[in-house]
Design a protein around this ligand. Structure first.
Ligand code: ADP
Length: 489
């Protein structure tokens, strides 16, 4: 099958969060199964160019109609971990992708609306006619609409569209001018059964547009698929998801075991597996050395992730105080686009600067993330909501026991050591239900207690976690099944 991913992110070149990992991991798994996979991304100035092999112009002079102008683009081609990637580079005074950051500009909607139009224009002009176009999140919500309303009539009759919602909290809310910019008639499309936001008459909702016009819609875990249809976690999209329930389901993300694997990880000094888990503890020493933590008989409790409200920042903070006051060390790696949250964590960092049991690294650091997964004993993920969550799955692969709030993909992947109905050998972490201090403590205290009081049993839990299969094997098969399904329709 010939699949084109149109995506705003792809690890490791352009990664802000899990979406980047998913675009890369799924594409890789599909390609090693013999399918032809190509990715189309913006050519951001802030990409990791050192991770692209053989970058060179592939299509010059692509003329993209946008907002009453024609914006000339060059399309570059390069390999990212063996994946075929096209990067769209527009030449215009807008400098859409030369902003030094991936997201966070006032015109983000316009930037990605342009990207959608440019990606399809490229496919058309380059004579590419994939079986399936797989789009991701609000940034690509206009792709199916443009395909079925414009490009189909120019010859792209073949492709079917699969659309994946990675986070329904960001929907791409804009005015009808966005439709005009990409060459569509708002008079026709501003309807409740098309692009119009359900709650605001003059507003276009790009994620809703993606849902309505795609042939199939997935989100990244079965539990989240249920939550977004039936609770306020749908952020207002419950009615549209229910209206399209027959083409909507949850497919749990995988993680790429070529990237996240303590047996071969080049970023960690000591390799290990479930059979040799003792070697993990040498990485703990390495982590302590790197972060100048003292050597003591204590567990390391960790947090890795964006410091976003969604991630439960109040409970992250509480986990730190709780861990430190209960004989643990605490390590955090995270950054925040939110100035207030950032400021609060910088204050905390200064406050705990001299504490030999605590380190806060307020940055994005891929290499350090690997060492934390390998060196920590526990990883805390107290999210308010979590579509899938990768950090618990990565933590588990490294034998780092997850302590999570039972929501979304966290609930689908972490099975409580004490309360799960799963067989004992399948239990792999700790969970709590209520988003409050007591909830977090109810799980974290049990994890800490077991680490001190029953080390063998804690180690067995870590081994169970390492043995749980969260590779792309099953999810990729499910995506292929869905691709086949929509091709037959
Ligand atoms: P989200 O997509 O909501 O950010 P996920 O758990 O799905 O959360 O994915 C997070 C990914 O981003 C993981 O691969 C994690 O290791 C990585 N990550 C998050 N924050 C950082 C950071 N500050 N430094 C390095 N990697 C990070």
């Amino acid at each position: 099958m010939y699949v084109v991913m149109i995506t705003p992110e792809c690890a490791p070149v352009a990664k802000v969060g899990g979406l980047g990992d998913v675009a890369q991991g799924l594409s890789y798994e599909l390609s090693i199964r013999g399918h032809t996979v190509e990715l189309i991304l913006p050519k951001y100035d802030c990409m990791r160019y050192d991770k692209i092999w053989g970058l060179s112009p592939s299509y010059q002079g692509l003329m993209v109609p946008f907002h009453g102008e024609i914006i000339p683009c060059d399309v570059f081609f390069g390999f990212v971990d063996g994946l075929k990637c096209y990067f769209i580079d527009p030449h215009s005074h807008h400098s859409f992708f030369n902003r030094g950051v991936f997201y966070g500009h006032r015109d983000d909607v316009e930037r990605y609306a342009f990207f959608c139009r440019a990606a399809l224009e490229f496919l058309l002009r380059a004579g590419k006619n994939p079986d399936v176009i797989h789009c991701h999140d609000w940034q690509t919500g206009l792709v199916p609409l443009l395909l079925f309303e414009l490009y189909k009539f120019q010859g792209m009759t073949h492709p079917r569209v699969c659309y994946t919602i990675h986070n329904i909290g960001h929907q791409g809310i804009t005015g009808e001018h966005t439709l005009r910019q990409v060459g569509l008639d708002p008079g026709y499309h501003m309807r409740l059964d098309r692009c119009q936001d359900d709650y605001s008459p003059f507003t276009v909702n790009l994620m809703k547009t993606g849902i309505v016009f795609s042939n199939y819609v997935t989100t990244v875990s079965p539990r989240y698929a249920e939550e977004v249809r039936t609770s306020t976690l749908g952020h207002g999209l419950q009615p549209v998801l229910n209206a399209h329930a027959d083409k909507f389901s949850g497919v749990l993300n995988g993680i790429d075991y070529n990237v996240w694997n303590p047996e071969i990880d080049p970023h960690i000094p000591f390799h290990y597996s479930a059979e040799t888990i003792d070697e993990k503890y040498q990485n703990k020493d390495a982590l302590r050395n790197r972060l100048l933590l003292r050597e003591e008989f204590k567990p390391i409790v960790s947090v890795v992730g964006r410091l976003d409200r969604q991630k439960g920042v109040e409970l992250v903070r509480h986990a730190m105080f709780y861990a430190l006051s209960h004989g643990c060390q605490f390590v955090l790696l995270g950054n925040s686009p939110d100035a207030k949250i950032n400021h609060d964590f910088w204050r905390l960092k200064h406050e705990f600067n001299d504490n030999p049991d605590c380190h806060l690294e307020l940055a994005y650091n891929e290499e350090l993330a690997h060492l934390i997964y390998a060196g920590a004993d526990m990883i805390v993920i107290p999210s308010i909501y979590e579509p899938c969550g990768l950090t618990q799955m990565i933590g588990m692969k490294y034998g780092t026991v997850p302590v999570v709030r039972n929501t979304g993909g966290l609930a689908d992947t972490v099975f409580d050591a004490d309360y799960s109905t799963k067989p004992v050998e399948e239990r792999n972490g700790y969970g709590f239900d209520h988003y409050n201090y007591e909830g977090l403590e109810s799980a974290l205290s049990r994890a800490i207690h077991r680490w001190f009081a029953e080390p063998d049993s804690f180690r067995q839990l870590a081994v169970n976690a390492m043995r749980t299969d969260y590779s792309w094997n099953l999810p990729a098969s499910e995506y292929l099944r869905l691709y086949e399904l929509i091709r037959e329709k």
